[in-house]
Design a protein around this ligand. Structure first.
Ligand SMILES: [Zn+2]
Length: 353
């Protein structure tokens, strides 16, 4: 189904569920594990409803980090099956109501070591377990994400291909345009396409501005579908990924990223640029919230359930049109049109010599 949809049009992905649920109080920053699926299923379901109403066409089951290696850290390895089951079940409940597709989800395991073949087997075993617990509950295709080793991506792809479902493989790039096993991105994605990946692309770490130039190179290289799911946190040329942004002299990740959140307008512009360079699957990763998604959907000319509540600024009492503007405070009115510093000068006569 996903492949038919992609042939027709751009598919809009979803947002950053782990980070959004962390902000809402249901995920612990640090482990970033998704036990919310069994401990507060109502919170997970609400977020997926929010994504769907904002225009997401695919809901990823929240099974990111629901593998043994991470569940071990929080003492919940015995919940492996339940978390994977329930996350898929919840995504399906929402998908059914809003006509979305459900993607199973795998992520980097942190055990893969290119020089140690035993870890390759263990990585495959852990992916297989997650797939086994996800697939029986309704999966249209699988996404393997935030992979930094081509070797680990290859293992995820093989595990997914063994199910017969379509595979979307997205790699994460921090400072460099190559994988941690030193394969330049064009070669990495070409190999994944040749090995049967249906959709390849980039997710997480970088913001749209610093991801799209890499994505354009992928687009030029491969002939399969291409996906981008950047973070919605502002990065810079010197610091192109979100984990190393600095706030007041120290690292902002992960508790002080708030000042870096991109606006919905920036995410809408990202969507248009991604469309322009031929990206087929456009979504967001960490930091991408429902208000971003709605703006992204509307940038594509779509009307989504929550477009019902889209901005109607003309009705606003301060910034609205003539018939609706009621504000009389000169300073506020002034600041609509001028930089606040200019208003200060104009209203109070300050700044004069
Ligand atoms: Zn992310």
């Amino acid at each position: 189904m996903i492949l038919d949809w992609l042939k027709e049009d751009i598919v809009l992905g979803d947002g950053g569920a782990i980070f959004e649920l962390e902000r809402r109080g249901y995920v612990s920053a640090g482990p970033f594990t998704p036990e919310v699926a069994i401990e507060h299923p109502e919170a997970l379901k609400q977020l997926q409803v929010d994504f769907a109403r904002a225009g997401a066409q695919v809901l990823q089951a929240l099974t990111y980090y629901a593998h043994e290696e991470k569940l071990k850290d929080i003492g919940k390895v015995d919940a492996l099956a339940r978390i994977n089951n329930d996350a898929v079940r919840i995504a399906n409940e929402v998908a059914k109501e809003y006509g979305c597709l459900v993607a199973g989800n795998l992520a980097n395991t942190w055990i893969y070591d290119p020089s140690d073949p035993a870890t390759h087997k263990e990585t495959r075993r852990q992916f297989d377990k997650q797939i086994e617990y996800q697939i029986s509950h309704g999966i249209d295709f699988f996404i393997a994400e935030t992979l930094e080793y081509l070797g680990e991506a290859r293992i995820a792809l093989e595990a997914i291909k063994a199910t017969g479902k379509p595979a979307m493989i997205t790699l994460g790039f921090k400072s460099l345009d190559r994988t941690l096993d030193r394969v330049v991105l064009e070669d990495a994605f070409q190999e994944l396409e040749d090995s049967g990946a249906d959709i390849v692309g980039i997710n997480c770490f970088r913001d749209p501005e610093h991801m799209l130039p890499l994505a354009a190179r992928v687009r030029r290289k491969v002939s399969c579908f291409v996906a981008t799911q950047p973070v919605a946190y502002r990065c810079t040329a010197e610091r192109p990924y979100f984990q190393i942004q600095k706030f007041q002299g120290h690292l902002a990740f992960p508790l002080e990223l708030d000042p870096f959140v991109l606006t919905r307008i920036e995410m809408a512009n990202y969507t248009l640029k991604a469309k322009e360079i031929g990206i087929n699957y456009i979504g967001g990763c960490c930091g991408t919230a429902p208000h971003h998604l709605r703006a992204m959907a509307e940038a594509l000319g779509r009307s989504v359930p929550n477009s019902k509540y889209s901005p109607r600024l003309e009705l606003h009492a301060i910034i609205g049109d003539e018939g609706h503007q009621k504000e009389r405070d000169e300073r506020i009115l002034c600041e609509q049109f001028y930089d606040p510093a200019v208003c200060h000068f104009m209203l109070e006569g300050n700044g004069e010599d």
